[in-house]
Design a protein. Structure first.
Length: 1110
């Protein structure tokens, strides 16, 4: 066959074409003639300020619908006279028959080559209408059902049940759409779909060319409920080359170009200008100044490319390893092209790239000779050339000028008027008139039956004047691009959450982990750094269901929300704007708060919900009862355009669009049964074995949380000091000794202070924190007590360490001025022991005497030669008591060194070298200081004394801390003690006589008990048991005696117990079991085995009251 184009009509149409061109040049507008006014093949979209009529054959704007004017309008005035597309390709390339081919829908140039339907269909088939769905349509309503035909013709749909068939059925009859149910391919708030093909016969075409077999599935969508998108309409052209009998040997079209064509009319069309914005991939139409129809601020309309066709480009989109120019086996992708399907659903094409616009163009009627109006003319325009196939010359082009200091030779001639009218810079159109534009993209290939998607949009902005409207339109186009890019970016998979249960005889503990949700963040920004998505987890809802169906509707006999948990943040109450855009409805309020710092941690991130009553009957749970649960998770897009803070309502926010503002994740439906763990009991207070060196009074137990994770390993729990705080604080760690692995580390959760769980390997350590405390002192015999009740901050027991300690007389000792508020750098409460002061037995004590100001207390050695001081110069003097540690927990008994203070006479003291606090220690200052060193009767613990050389300078010990000279030859420990206020004192004791003549009696003992805090010497051990080894064989055998049956007795009739109707349940059964059921006369009715259980491990088995024959 000698292939050629059908050009039989070319000559006979020249005069008609010439006439048409003349009319076009004169500015007259031609309207599309319609032979069918049925509203199913045309539609007038009036969803926003932008109104767009369209038809089911690809015509935009120039469509008569009812009494409406056949133009697209904005704010009630015309902005687009007509729109459509051109499609061109190179047929039989690289042969003697190579020729271009062009068809399309360009009514304002009399190009109308497409008819409704798929290739080969009868254009009058009633199926070939415009199929419309809206966000306001009730789920499963008529529009959803009609979409079945659209799907039959090729439309997209959401396949909720993943069966590949569109069947919009409300499976659980809850009156709302659920994620496992099908729905139409709704995009935004309005979606219109139709299909058309280039089936117009050659004799009725402008160029007389035979149909090529091009099918286009067109989707138009718009947004009403997203304010920033309300001035835009989006269009997807899904182009499929089906082939034609006129061109039987062509399986692929090459060098394909697509053009989004528009005849813009901004009110009065005689003063219009146009430009190209290469950054926004758009052409646009604007006015020089005021417009007769729009006034001083006419709008700007943009036609923009959002998604170009995909193309495989060697060594650009893929590494062409074999050099054949084709992406095939062995080649590796460099880029991935993306095609938008519907919200958050895309198709990826590895090795391909989405093309940007290749050129922009226009039909300048005054430049086109009437005789040159063939398909060649439009093929040249599609390739970015003028009608003669020549490049435009920005330096010398009658319709535009290059301004603002830009070199005209550097301007790309492929993009007409690509300058910036706002800045008055670059190539700008200078001669206004009737504007039409071509937004071209190519080249790409169309393989037979392989669709290629192209997405374009109209963006309209209206500012304060004609030029400012360009800025506003650019904002709208940028938002279009941002939102579209958001859909092109695959949404991060929301974390899956598994509900688990601890099943007891009358209680279910439902729990799940939270770390993956709290760590989840999907953050996306556009090229201009605008935030497109800031998706974070916000709330949990635990739902109970009366039957095994996922229902979340208002019928509380079918489901109930039994618990809610919200991220602890500024959002306490969350609402959404209903479809009527007026009503505000609540999503949640005042849920239990979860601290992100806690619940983002895999070890702490657990939520427990105990269920003790049936949520639907209110009755206590009974063994064998079945309940159904699911978890609903909410994620918020926290960008300002989606989340609005409500004024005058604290911590309350409104989601303006649930489509972009809220995502939810529904768990599977779980069936939990009370008493299911009968043979695998969980120990909630498992005892531990204390280490040999333990002294703490803390209790450490283990709670078994998750049977499935329990091991048969041995664990060690140990402690170490948190040195980052001055308060007494201990970390703990859990080590799996069997595997020699650290399971938990640096934990500070103690059950009596913090109820958050810490779980690892199915275990939750339960550790009791013991606060540092000086407990109530005792004096023996009690009748000999000679001192007064303690006065806070003056007398009593004082702890000189930096930690907060309960039971002391205060944090400071007021009579001691500066020294009374100083704290030791050495003393910590883990060094504390039970102390006894034994009166009547003597030892020597280090003596500290104040200076005359009372702000320093120096070693008694400093008083040598000072008048008014008894035992002047003596620093180690006898006192009428001994200080001992006697501690059974630490298995320790030893005598301690001590000291006492004396005030100068001018301060009210009596520095005579004899310890006697008198009746008012506020004057005498004679406090006992108990040091943490074993008693040395020789008094040569010189850090308490000072440096006393036989000659040279002496340095005396100061209770506020002092610096030993190097010649003192102190050890490092002595130096550290010397430098610290109060040295290494454990306690400071202030006693005051009740009466002048009352004092101790020999044999009296003052006992100072303490709390036994957790220290680094404490360790605990635990041997876990896995699920399989929970019970020994003997224990399992003993449970056979507990086998039971219920209901017992069983009465047929109105049995309303929730554990089952029409059946009898055997409980407490082992895994392997055989049950034989007989009549009273001994006839075997039924044999049941473990195969009749729901699971082999279940202790329950139901008999449906059927015999062997049913």
């Amino acid at each position: 066959m000698n292939p050629k184009l059908n050009l039989s009509k070319a000559l006979s149409l020249i005069l008609i074409f010439s006439s048409f061109l003349f009319i076009g040049f004169s500015g007259e507008k031609d309207k599309m003639l319609k032979t069918n006014s049925n509203q199913t093949d045309v539609y007038y979209l009036k969803l926003n300020r932008f109104e767009l009529p369209f038809a089911n054959n690809g015509v935009l704007a120039d469509v008569q619908v009812g009494q409406n004017t056949p133009t697209a309008k904005f704010d009630g005035q015309t902005v687009i006279f007509s729109g459509g597309f051109l499609l061109g390709c190179d047929l039989y390339p690289n042969t003697n028959f190579a020729t271009p081919y062009v068809n399309g829908v360009m009514p304002f140039r009399r190009i109308e080559d497409y008819v409704p339907g798929k290739v080969g269909m009868n254009a009058s088939d009633p199926k070939l209408k415009i199929y419309i769905v809206q966000s306001s349509d009730p789920p499963f309503s008529n529009s959803w059902q009609e979409w079945k035909t659209a799907v039959e013709l090729g439309a997209d749909f959401y396949d909720g049940d993943k069966d590949g068939v569109y069947n919009p059925v409300d499976k659980n009859k809850n009156g709302k759409w659920d994620y496992d149910e099908d729905k139409p391919g709704l995009i935004g708030d309005f979606t219109a779909w139709c299909v058309y093909n280039d089936g117009v016969p050659a004799r009725d075409r402008r160029f007389g060319l035979d149909p090529l077999g091009i099918e286009i599935q067109q989707t138009i969508w718009a947004y009403k409920n997203i304010s920033k998108l309300a001035n835009s309409v989006f269009i997807r052209y899904r182009i499929i080359y089906r082939g034609s009998s006129y061109f039987p040997n062509i399986n692929r079209l090459d060098s394909v170009f697509f053009s989004f064509v528009n005849d813009f009319d901004l009110g009065d069309y005689t003063n219009d200008l146009f430009g190209t914005d290469t950054l926004l991939q758009a052409t646009y139409c604007y006015n020089q100044g005021a417009d007769n129809d729009f006034g001083i601020n006419p709008p700007v309309v943009m036609a923009q490319l959002l998604q170009g066709p995909y193309a495989f480009i060697p060594n650009v989109s893929f590494n062409d390893r074999n050099g054949n120019g084709i992406f095939d086996t062995g080649d590796t992708p460099i880029t991935v092209a993306k095609e938008f399907i519907m919200d958050n659903s895309i198709k990826e094409i590895p090795g391909a790239i989405n093309l940007n616009i290749s050129s922009s163009n226009s039909v300048f009627l005054s430049l086109v000779p009437p005789e040159i109006t063939s398909y060649w003319f439009y093929w040249r325009l599609l390739n970015g050339f003028d009608y003669q196939g020549k490049k435009y010359m920005p330096c010398n082009f009658q319709f535009g000028v290059v301004v603002g200091g830009v070199d005209c030779n550097s301007v790309n001639p492929k993009f007409l008027f690509s300058g910036d009218p706002v800045e008055n810079k670059g190539w700008i159109m200078s001669l206004p008139g009737d504007i039409n534009t071509l937004l071209n993209v190519g080249s790409f290939s169309l393989e037979k039956d392989k669709p290629v998607d192209i997405v374009v949009a109209y963006a309209i902005g209206r500012g304060t004047n004609a030029i400012n409207s360009i800025t506003e339109a650019r904002k709208v186009a940028s938002i279009n691009k941002s939102y579209f890019d958001l859909n092109l970016i695959p949404a991060k998979q929301l974390p899956e959450t598994e509900l688990k249960v601890r099943s007891f005889e009358n209680r279910l503990d439902i729990f799940w982990t939270t770390a993956s949700d709290f760590q989840f963040k999907d953050f996306i920004t556009a090229l201009n750094n605008d935030t497109l998505l800031n998706l974070e987890f916000e709330a949990y809802e635990l739902w109970a269901h009366s039957t095994p169906e996922l229902y979340y509707g208002p019928d509380t006999t079918r489901s109930k929300r039994i618990a809610g948990f919200d991220v602890k943040n500024d959002i306490v109450n969350l609402y959404y704007l209903d479809e009527d855009r007026v009503s505000i409805k609540n999503i949640f309020s005042n849920f239990s708060q979860l601290d992100p710092q806690i619940y983002s941690n895999p070890e702490n991130g657990y939520v427990f919900v105990s269920v003790t009553e049936n949520p639907f009957t209110g009755k206590k749970l009974v063994k064998g009862e079945r309940l159904y649960f699911s978890l609903r998770k909410l994620y918020l897009n926290k960008i300002s355009t989606e989340l609005l803070k409500l004024q005058n309502v604290p911590k309350s926010y409104l989601i303006q669009s649930t489509q972009f503002g809220l995502r939810e994740k529904i768990s599977d439906l779980y069936e939990f049964r009370v008493g299911e763990d009968f043979y695998f009991p969980l120990n909630l207070n498992a005892q531990t074995l204390a280490g040999l060196t333990n002294a703490t009074e803390s209790e450490v137990k283990f709670e078994e949380v998750d049977n499935s994770q329990l091991t048969d390993d041995e664990y060690q729990l140990s402690f170490f000091r948190d040195k980052s705080t001055s308060n007494y604080s201990m970390f703990w760690r859990l080590k799996n000794k069997t595997k020699n692995t650290l399971v938990l580390d640096s934990q500070k959760v103690y059950y009596n202070l913090d109820n958050r769980p810490v779980v690892a390997e199915g275990l939750m350590p339960k550790i009791k924190w013991i606060i540092p405390e000086i407990k109530n002192i005792s004096y023996s015999p009690e009748t000999n007590k000679w001192f007064s009740n303690f006065r806070p901050l003056i007398s009593g027991i004082f702890y000189p360490g930096q930690e907060l300690v309960a039971g002391v007389s205060g944090g400071t000792i007021n009579p001691l001025v500066n020294l009374g508020s100083r704290k030791s750098n050495i003393t910590t409460f883990d060094k504390m022991r039970r102390v006894e002061i034994r009166f009547g037995q003597t030892q020597k004590a280090y003596r500290f005497v104040s200076n005359t100001f009372g702000n320093r207390y120096l070693s008694g050695a400093s008083t040598e030669g000072i008048s008014g001081i008894g035992k002047a110069g003596q620093y180690f003097v006898e006192v009428p008591f001994q200080v001992w540690i006697k501690d059974e927990r630490f298995k320790e008994e030893r005598q301690l060194s001590c000291g006492f203070l004396e005030a100068r006479a001018n301060l009210g003291g009596n520095p005579d070298g004899e310890w006697d606090p008198g009746q008012d220690i506020n004057n005498t200052k004679e406090y006992i200081v108990i040091f943490n060193q074993t008693y040395n009767p020789n008094g040569n613990q010189m850090e308490y004394v000072g440096y006393l050389p036989t000659s040279g300078t002496r340095v005396y010990a100061d209770l506020s801390g002092w610096e030993p000279p190097s010649e003192a030859n102190f050890t490092q420990e002595q130096i550290e003690r010397a430098k610290s206020p109060w040295f290494d004192a454990l306690l400071i004791i202030g006693l005051e006589r009740t009466y002048p003549d009352t004092f101790y009696r020999p044999g009296d003992v003052l006992t100072i008990p303490i709390s036994y805090v957790i220290t680094e010497r404490d360790t605990f051990y635990y041997k876990s048991k896995s699920r399989a080894n929970k019970l020994s064989n003997d224990e399992r055998k003993s449970l056979v005696n507990k086998i039971n049956v219920f209901p017992n007795p069983y009465f047929e009739g109105a049995d309303f117990r929730t554990v089952g109707r029409g059946s009898i349940t055997f409980s407490n059964l082992p895994e392997e079991v055989t049950i034989k059921i007989y009549t009273l006369s001994g006839i075997l009715v039924r044999t049941l085995t473990e195969k009749n259980k729901s699971t082999i491990t279940s202790p329950f088995l139901e008999w449906d009251l059927m015999n062997e024959n049913g």
